[in-house]
Ligand binder design. Structure first.
Ligand SMILES: Cc1cc2nc3c(=O)[nH]c(=O)nc-3n(C[C@H](O)[C@H](O)[C@H](O)COP(=O)(O)OP(=O)(O)OC[C@H]3O[C@@H](n4cnc5c(N)ncnc54)[C@H](O)[C@@H]3O)c2cc1C
Ligand SMILES: NC(=O)C1=CN([C@@H]2O[C@H](COP(=O)(O)OP(=O)(O)OC[C@H]3O[C@@H](n4cnc5c(N)ncnc54)[C@H](OP(=O)(O)O)[C@@H]3O)[C@@H](O)[C@H]2O)C=CC1
Length: 474
């Protein structure tokens, strides 16, 4: 069995669908074929600009048959790529001859432990959330391991269950925010409902911080499925079998798991606290290992695909891999140019999956037409819009001083239970920002970062609540 197409895109997540849609728009007379494991694919809807580079959007699941006209599909799994001869083979034995190929096969949760434990789960796709829900229904104690996006969401969303949150850092949500913002969230969480906004007091602080260096990633395990959409937890009841009185998660900071034991009716976890090497034991019904993503490329190729240290397929600015006419986008790839970018770096997020998918589509279309194109301007500035602990959050540029060494200053404005604004300044220039709450500062910060405006003359006034900096710089 064989099939021909000009463009073959593999993966029905946001990267694959964005790539296929871009190709269908750029090359309406060419054949675009989407090869996907599942007939349910993801697409972006309700795209709303928050600033010039920042967008909010919803992710919708739809049947692959509902994709725009001009995109054909096959529900199957990629097994092998013969890049020199320009064909790919699927698990069911179908050979697809292509001119250009794009790999958008996403990632899988990287679980803690050897991967055999029945009581450790990861969250990635709809199936994994249904499994979480099933286990929660009879659970009284749950451990969350990890300090990134999923852990932060679950710590806020799980109800009627005792949540034990084990983190290696000294503060919560460390992949996204600093210690000050973490305190802001925890305080707001405790005081929700008691807030009197009229008496909220504002404090401004300037301080120097050391860079928080990334730690080595550990255990890995491969699982299937397209990743969930933003606000995925709103569509599911995440209640346990315990008391319905809302209790805050118990946080075990600067703590490692020393040992895991699977008992007939529980998981016993031995914790070691880094500060004093003390040992503590916990028993839980199950543990959610929210410990990051492992790029997923469980197919073979005639020429080995070049991998980055984190296991991603290395791609250049045009999203091209080391294989001729083979591109990659989204969670499966690692941006080779990331380290050299002034204001952008890679994080495995929806926004970047969408941008990379579209960029790969444009590159493939340009290659077919023999045209030269440039990298999209969206890769000039890192931007992420999300929601943490019920607050809108905007992250811009090197928001945690990533890659700036020790050579930067922080300017922070905090209004309890209302807003937390952090500017990362280097040589008087804004290099990054964390904006929590309805600050309306996203576009101004984008401009200040990209224009490299000298903010030295304004001193701490730059965050003075009595000065409208939006007006100031417009
Ligand atoms: C619980 C959760 C919440 C998240 N929340 C947010 C958020 O709020 N904001 C945000 O920015 N990001 C969030 N993310 C991250 C975001 O979902 C991912 O970065 C993004 O979805 C990656 O898209 P992708 O298309 O690269 O990969 P995926 O969505 O993983 O899609 C990969 C696709 O490839 C298919 N595939 C894999 N191998 C093969 C093969 N051999 N043959 C055929 N098909 C194959 C898979 O079935 C899948 O359809 C979240 C992730 C998770 C897990
Ligand atoms: N709102 C949003 O934007 C959301 C985004 N996401 C995205 O989905 C993906 C998956 O999320 P998630 O799994 O939370 O991944 P993240 O990469 O966000 O976080 C992984 C966390 O696990 C920690 N970790 C890794 N290994 C271990 C270990 N062996 N023991 C203890 N802790 C460990 C990491 O610590 P360290 O940094 O020290 O290695 C880090 O805190 C990510 O790309 C994330 O950005 C998910 C949910 C919400």
């Amino acid at each position: 069995m064989t099939r021909d197409c000009t463009f073959l895109v593999v993966g029905g997540g946001i990267a694959g669908v964005s790539c296929a849609e871009t190709l269908a728009i750029c090359c309406p007379t060419e054949s675009v074929l989407l090869l996907t494991e599942s007939s349910i694919v993801k697409s972006v809807t309700n795209l709303v600009p928050v600033a010039r580079y920042l967008h909010k959007f919803d992710v919708r699941e739809k049947n692959v048959t509902e994709l725009r006209a001009g995109i054909a599909h096959i529900v199957d799994q990629l097994e092998h790529i013969a890049s020199k001869e320009h064909w790919a083979r699927t698990k069911s034995g179908l050979v697809v001859k292509y001119r250009y190929l794009c790999l958008c096969t996403g990632g899988a949760p990287k679980l803690f432990g050897p991967g055999q434990e029945e009581r450790i789960i990861g969250i990635r796709d709809t199936d994994s959330v249904l499994e979480l829900q099933r286990r929660l229904a009879s659970a009284k104690d749950v451990v969350i391991l990890g300090n990134g996006g999923i852990a932060s969401e679950l710590a806020h969303e799980l109800q009627s269950v005792n949540v034990h949150w084990v983190i290696r850092d000294d503060h919560i949500s460390a992949t996204f925010v600093d210690v000050g913002a973490a305190e802001f969230f925890q305080l707001a969480n405790k005081e929700t409902g008691l807030l009197d906004t009229t008496t909220a007091s504002t404090a401004i602080k300037r301080m120097r911080y050391d860079e928080m260096l990334p730690r080595a990633q550990e255990q890995q395990q491969i699982k299937r499925g397209a990743a969930l959409g933003p606000d995925w937890h709103r569509s599911y009841d995440l209640s346990g079998a315990g008391s319905s009185v809302r209790s805050l998660p118990k946080i075990y900071s600067k703590t490692h798991i020393e040992k895991l034991e699977e008992l007939p009716d529980a998981l016993r976890i031995t914790l070691k606290h880094d500060d004093d090497d003390s040992i503590e034991q916990l028993s839980c019904d199950f543990m959610v290992s929210a410990t990051g993503v492992q790029p997923r490329h469980d197919y073979t190729s005639d020429v080995p695909l070049q991998l980055a240290e984190d296991g991603g397929l290395l791609v250049d600015e045009m999203m091209l891999t080391n294989l001729s006419d083979v591109y990659a986008a989204g969670d499966v790839c690692t941006a080779a140019w990331s380290a050299a970018s002034k204001h952008w770096f890679q994080m495995r997020l929806w926004t970047q999956a969408r941008q990379m998918g579209a960029m790969a589509g444009r590159s493939m279309a340009a290659a077919l037409e023999n045209e030269t194109i440039y990298q999209d301007f969206c890769f000039e500035l890192f931007g992420h819009v999300t929601q943490l602990f019920g607050f809108p959050v905007v992250l811009l540029g090197r928001y945690n001083g990533q890659g700036l060494g020790r050579d930067y200053e922080l300017l922070v404005r905090c209004t309890r239970n209302k807003e937390y604004i952090k500017f990362v300044l280097q040589n008087g220039r804004l290099r990054g920002a964390i904006l929590i709450g309805d600050t309306d500062l996203a576009e101004t910060c984008e401009n200040l970062i990209l224009n490299g405006t000298d903010l030295e003359p304004y001193g701490d006034d730059i965050l003075n609540p009595d000065i409208d900096i939006e007006d100031y710089f417009d």
